[in-house]
Design a protein around this ligand. Structure first.
Ligand SMILES: NC(=O)c1ccc[n+]([C@@H]2O[C@H](COP(=O)([O-])OP(=O)(O)OC[C@H]3O[C@@H](n4cnc5c(N)ncnc54)[C@H](OP(=O)(O)O)[C@@H]3O)[C@@H](O)[C@H]2O)c1
Length: 259
């Protein structure tokens, strides 16, 4: 057996269908690209059509199979419509990645119900609803992979964690509940935990060079995260190689959380 064949048997996503929310930007875009390059047919979901189309164009230009669905995941109807439209493209997904997320940062004392509701809707409820829609089917077919993108703020307060940290803590609990429910049927459910990653999400922090340098110094690797840092971990968690890894939180943070 050649090393290429061995690696392919471990990690290839040939024949798999993936749905990646937030796949038009940042970490989600890098993960969608990684899954597509590993062989999956990928549907990405977000609101902005320009970014969605650009991401899919990049992948199809490389010969990958990808498609997009525009939807607002902050409303239950939006989530339901997105799920049906996405499943109609390449069929029911084998891999679900929940990367769509928002981080609104008013000080907790000023945090109103609108911020609370929107944060919970996008960061927690959409992953729950998509899991309910696709998890049972994955279990019935005997294979599935659910990957949530959480945050170090699921584990500790950091720069006004507010509602965001609460939503991410609950998302890690959701992964454990899903793992408990569906792992006996070949569906593993895990989270990737970023530290500080330079993406549009944290434009305010990442435009301050002193803060960026201070955050890099808090890692062990000595730099802040890049979206591409998530490619390998995502392919691993999406592949057959991770069949015995479930209910886990995998920190992809350059050692930020342990420093
Ligand atoms: N960057 C970091 O340092 C960091 C750290 C910890 C955790 N994370 C988590 O990693 C995930 C990805 O973050 P990122 O940094 O890659 O952010 P990003 O570049 O801002 O990407 C966020 C994605 O979510 C989509 N999205 C946002 N609201 C949506 C809505 N209502 N409906 C549908 N799609 C929506 C965005 O597209 P549209 O706006 O076009 O809809 C975009 O594709 C998030 O869950 C975030 O909480 C990031």
């Amino acid at each position: 057996m050649t090393s290429v064949t061995y690696l392919s048997e471990l990690f290839s996503l040939d024949g798999r269908v993936a749905l990646v929310t937030g796949g038009s930007s940042g970490i989600g875009r890098a993960v969608a690209g990684a899954l597509a390059r590993a062989g999956a047919r990928v549907v990405i979901v977000a609101r902005g059509e320009t970014e969605l189309a650009a991401t899919v164009a990049e992948l199809t230009a490389e010969g990958r199979e990808a498609a997009w669905v525009s939807a607002d995941l902050s409303a239950r109807e939006g989530v339901r419509a997105a799920a049906e439209a996405a499943a109609a493209v390449f069929g029911e997904p084998d891999i679900l990645v929940n990367s769509a997320g928002i981080n609104l940062r008013p000080p907790l004392g000023e945090l109103g119900e609108d911020v609370w509701d929107t944060t919970m809707a996008v960061n927690l409820e959409a992953p729950f609803l998509l899991g309910q829609r696709f998890g049972p089917g994955m279990a019935a077919r005997g294979f599935g992979r659910i990957i949530h993108i959480t945050s170090q703020q699921a584990h500790r307060a950091f720069v006004q964690s507010g509602a965001y940290g609460v939503s991410k803590g609950a998302l890690e609990s959701l992964a454990r509940s899903q793992a408990e429910a569906w792992s006996p049927h070949g569906v593993t459910c895990n989270t990737l935990v970023p530290g500080f990653v330079m993406t549009p999400l944290n434009q305010r922090l990442s435009s301050d060079p002193d803060r960026v340098a201070a955050l890099a110094a808090r890692t062990m690797v000595g730099r802040n995260g890049l979206a591409e840092d998530f490619a390998g971990a995502a392919v691993f968690l999406a592949s057959g190689a991770s069949a015995y890894v479930t209910g886990q939180s995998l920190f992809v943070d350059g050692g930020f959380s342990t420093h």
